[in-house]
Write a protein that binds this ligand. Structure first.
Ligand SMILES: Nc1ncnc2c1ncn2[C@@H]1O[C@H](COP(=O)(O)OP(=O)(O)O)[C@@H](O)[C@H]1O
Ligand SMILES: [Mg+2]
Length: 225
């Protein structure tokens, strides 16, 4: 069974009195435990595709199934808890909550899903990325690499089945990129998690099971597993 199956996804926006097509008839299937990399030029629709696949945005047309369960038409009230349990997200720009320290940021999704071990889990993850000494620091007191490591811990705290990451190492140095990548690969090895990553890094792309290339909102290469 596929863990993710997207059929004929199209996303359009109304711009003034025109309709612009951002994604056009994109279909893809992902195996459980697969490491899929999405590549493509800036503006080709990579972020849009990730937000659709992860239920953060809805396609204009097309259907999305997660393990045979259709999520396309879930209401936000149904989608939010499903997302929190099933998906982890890492965005390019961290999205940490400024008023929460690193530890509280990481604990947050676990607390939301009622996990009584949220603190222990968060502490353990922060330890793995070398942030124990910084766990009580707020986002503005952390470097870019530290914020991104905290954001990855937050994405992993609920042990997601699918981790989506949008250029997770985009602004980071080699050392931080390496730390983040190895954490993602550990998650996959230890838990069989599926990784769906947008990246410009040829090095990361080379480690993926499959590379999919978007061009002007269409899949130019890589549909077939
Ligand atoms: N909310 C929106 N309204 C209108 N256009 C958008 C919106 N979001 C993205 N776009 C446009 O869609 C195209 C693809 O964007 P995006 O998915 O962010 O590409 P990528 O992540 O590959 O750089 C871009 O031309 C962008 O300007
Ligand atoms: Mg993008």
């Amino acid at each position: 069974m596929m863990i993710l199956d997207a059929q004929n996804l199209t996303r359009t926006y109304a711009l003034e009195n025109r309709e612009i097509t951002i994604l056009n008839d994109v279909s893809l299937s992902v195996f459980p435990g697969e490491f899929l990399v999405i590549q493509g030029n800036s503006g080709s629709g990579k972020t849009t595709l990730l937000t659709l696949l992860s239920g953060l945005d809805r396609p204009t047309s097309g259907r999305i199934f997660i393990r045979n369960r259709e999520i396309t038409h879930l209401s936000e009230d149904e989608m939010a808890p499903f997302r929190n349990r099933t998906f982890g997200f890492v965005f390019q720009s961290f999205h940490l909550v400024p008023a929460l320290n690193a530890l509280e940021n990481v604990m947050f999704p676990a607390e939301l899903s009622g996990n009584r071990h949220a603190r222990e889990k968060a502490e353990a993850l922060l330890g793995r990325v070398g942030l124990t000494a910084r766990r009580h620091h707020f986002p503005h007191q952390l470097s870019g690499g530290e914020k991104q490591r905290a954001a990855i811990c937050r994405a992993l705290v609920n042990e997601p089945d699918i981790l989506f990451a949008d250029e997770p190492t985009g602004n980071l140095d080699t050392e931080n990129s390496g730390a983040i990548l190895s954490l993602l690969l550990d998650l996959r090895k230890e838990r069989g998690a599926t990784l769906i990553l947008v990246t410009h890094s040829a090095e990361i792309a080379a480690m993926a099971d499959r590379r999919l290339v978007l061009r002007d909102g269409e899949i130019a290469d890589g549909t077939t597993p």
